[in-house]
Design a protein around this ligand. Structure first.
Ligand code: PEP
Ligand code: MG
Length: 579
């Protein structure tokens, strides 16, 4: 095989070299083979038992529906049961096995594809939408056919460190499965720069490139792969000389990282002596170890929703379980503050991956909107966080706020949780600080509403950019439009930072911009003094800070902010690196 190169979006830095491991096939990407005449009936039986298993699965789902479950849920299961028993699904694939001798998966997918294309011709919008249901039923049957359909290979231990995962897509929940396994890189066909999948790859500090169109179709199991996570380049089956060059670069990068280790003990101050706070973003309490290794001053963003993922159906972490996780984090940080963001679920982080999402999930019932709609679940989390606050400094951070009444309702619920704990004589920090994420343009433009009600602010640039520029952060087709240097983004960022400073309300940035060393000087120039990022970025950003002079950066940044010309801005930001 000859070597070839693919291009995508760089999302996690560094170079990885290893062999491709293609993940369990996506629904419509299954093995195709022909069945011998004498094995046909056995193959038919295999598909029949998968169909029966799905039937049972749906019945169980029905019988376990909680009384308060919305009526749509029952209807949804009914539709799936109806589709399953329709001869188009229940019989035709069996005929395909018998007549064409296709294996069961192939026969099923052939029929699902046929039905999907028929649905597309239908004029009635309601009926056309049923296509998704047919595909979901198809996926359920496929999962049964392929066993547990586990994402991960069974025995990775020996080869692990040199395996590169290649997949059409990986959800944030699936990414979590990689935390304990030694993979050296990730490639996906789809995905954007700041999708949560990319964020988890960065937090694992593993080179990754997403949006590499057709990677999973072009790369074969076991191919040698190089990922250049800085450039977003994937080299498949590299020539020996190319491999050597990348190995050299990899070794050089490792040496540079080691050198950064020397900065651990240095105070984080600019050349002119201004202290800058460096905080870590974490997904699990165990990540505190990495935060401390990077000498973080605290945790600026604990994405608590990761505790809610990959769990058995309908099972949410209890108050006790959450309390232990939060307490573990605050104890691990030994007196440094831990900012716990309340559940930011929805959009590209569904609790249940099979759950039907709203029409436009990024604009739907996510984060605080979801929590206010599910007050009981929210109270459980608030109680757990408050209880953990008795063991060390905790701050509460609320995601996606945009309305005053949302802030007021949230504050009222926190008061209610406190009152309950007081009655139960359970200790908590009565003075716990409560802050808002500024990640909706409407919030940034109405900042006094937040300043008046809350103790601190944290700018979530990932969502702020998504919503300001109307680009779904998960969609690789619009990923090229995702630009932190767009004049509107710079305007919102700089005015938010300036207004908070004027009101003496602490403000940080906890989006990916805070960990991007190309942005450090610009943010410093805007007046930012608190940065929260992946632990792996802490020392690189500190290095920038140690070499920054605010008396030079502030006037240069003011000049940048007066420009509305992208090219001029990009060049000027580039020049900041040399000042
Ligand atoms: C953000 O939106 O910038 C942020 C930090 O939150 P998340 O990436 O989890 O949406
Ligand atoms: Mg966000």
């Amino acid at each position: 095989m000859t070597s070839f190169t693919l291009h995508g979006i760089p999302v996690s830095r560094g170079i990885a070299i290893g062999r491709a491991h293609l993940l369990a096939p996506a629904a419509l990407d299954v093995e195709h083979y022909l069945i011998a005449e004498d094995k046909v009936e056995a193959e038919v039986a295999r598909l029949q038992s998968a169909l029966a298993a799905v039937r049972t699965e749906l019945q169980t789902l029905w019988s376990e529906l909680p009384k308060e479950a919305p009526a749509e849920l029952g209807a949804f299961i009914d539709v799936h049961a109806l589709i399953l028993s329709d001869p188009m699904i229940a019989d035709v694939p069996l005929d395909i096995i018998r007549t064409r001798h296709y294996n069961a998966e192939w026969a099923l997918v052939t029929q699902i594809e046929e039905l999907s294309s028929q649905f597309e011709e239908i004029e009635d919008a309601y009926l056309r939408e049923r296509k998704a249901d047919v595909e979901q039923v198809g996926e359920r049957i496929l999962k049964q056919l392929m066993g547990s359909a586990s994402l991960l290979p069974k025995n990775v231990d020996g080869d692990g460190p040199h395996m590169i995962v290649v997949s059409h897509d990986i959800s944030p929940a699936d990414m979590l499965q990689f935390r304990d396994r030694a993979f050296s890189g990730f490639i996906t066909d789809v995905g954007g720069q700041n999708s949560h999948t990319a964020i988890v790859a960065r937090s694992l500090d593993i080179p990754a490139t997403v949006g590499v169109s057709f990677a999973s179709a072009l790369i074969r199991q076991g191919d040698w792969i190089i990922i250049d996570g800085d450039a977003g380049v994937v080299v498949v089956d590299p020539a020996p000389i190319v491999l050597d060059q990348y190995r050299d670069r990899q070794a050089r990068q490792l040496r540079e990282r080691k050198k950064l280790g020397k900065l651990k003990k240095m105070p984080s101050v600019t050349l002119d002596g201004t202290p800058v706070t460096l905080l870590a973003n974490i997904e699990f309490p165990d990540d505190c170890v990495h935060a401390l290794e990077g000498s973080a001053h605290g945790i600026g963003l604990f994405r608590s929703e990761f505790l809610f993922m990959n769990r058995a159906a309908n099972e949410l972490p209890t108050e006790e379980e959450q309390f232990h996780s939060y307490k573990q984090a605050v104890i691990a940080m030994k007196g440094r503050p831990v900012t716990i963001r309340t559940l930011d679920i929805g959009s590209d982080k569904p609790i249940d991956e099979d759950e039907q999402t709203s029409l436009n999930p990024a604009l739907g019932l996510r984060a605080i909107r979801y929590c206010l709609a599910e007050p009981q679940m929210f109270m459980t989390q608030l109680r757990a966080i408050l209880r953990a606050s008795a063991f060390g400094p905790i701050k509460l951070l609320i995601p996606m706020l945009s309305h005053a009444f949302e802030i007021d309702q949230t504050l009222a619920l926190i008061e209610q949780a406190k009152a309950q704990l007081r009655t139960e004589k359970i200790k908590f920090d009565a003075e716990i600080r409560i802050g808002a994420m500024i990640e909706v343009p409407g919030a940034a433009l109405a900042l006094p509403m937040f300043i008046k009600r809350l103790d601190f602010l944290s700018i979530g640039t990932n969502d702020l950019i998504q919503y300001t520029l109307a680009i779904d952060r998960v969609d690789h087709e619009v990923a090229h439009l995702y630009n932190p240097l767009h004049p509107s983004v710079l305007f919102l960022l700089s005015t938010t930072i300036a207004m908070a400073a004027k009101a003496e309300v602490p403000i940080s940035v906890c989006g990916e911009m805070a960990g991007d060393i190309k942005m450090t000087r610009l943010l410093l120039g805007m007046g930012l003094r608190e940065f929260s990022m992946h632990p792996a970025q802490l020392l690189s950003v500190k290095n920038e800070i140690l070499n920054s002079d605010l008396s030079v950066l502030e006037p240069a940044t003011r000049k940048i902010l007066r420009s509305y010309e992208p090219q001029v801005i990009a060049e000027a930001v580039e020049r900041l690196q040399t000042l």
